[in-house]
Design a protein around this ligand. Sequence first.
Ligand code: 3PG
Length: 208
Amino acid sequence: MTEILDRIGAARLVPVVVLDDAASAAPLAEALAAGGLPVAEVTFRTAAAVESIRAMSANPDMLVGAGTVLTPDQVDAAVDAGASYVVSPGLSVPVVRRCAERGVLALPGAVTATEVQAALAEGLTAVKFFPAATSGGAPAIKALSAPFGDLRFVPTGGIGPANLSEYLSIEAVLAVGGSWMVPRADIAAGDFAKVTSLTAEAVALATP
Ligand code: 3PG
């Protein structure tokens, strides 16, 4: 699980993907890798999530997480399909515990000190900070990280090229997630070249 966190931290960016058709998953994985970012959080917001995770994880270079996981059953579906980690918008103890049982990293959302403490009580060392922009943004993460030492945050929600560096400059920020490099409409239209160019731009911005 530390290894997965290390890989997320090395990538610095996590594309948050909503796929309407699992047939887009393999070309999307190639497009992301071509842009320099072989990572994706595939969200359980569409019926195509499980098949998309399966297709993307077949690519050995890809680090594939499941996003928007709300129930223990979805944890099972995600892990059975090959997901290496599980992201939730908020902190659900049953979801976190099922992840522990299945031996996968859980990355639940936490934006208050109480939520962070609940994550720590489950033995977690990193949380998602969502929705980042409306939860106080970078200053809130700085303030929240002060009492929690080694805890790392993955902010997502309202982040893009204009404010990316503000988040990445915070020591407690492991990586930043977002959908700006994987626009749902471009994927649906099969414009994977656009995804590659947006991804390459994002990678360039995230590289010190
Ligand atoms: C998420 O689930 O992490 C967010 O929906 C991504 O937020 P964004 O669309 O504002 O980047």
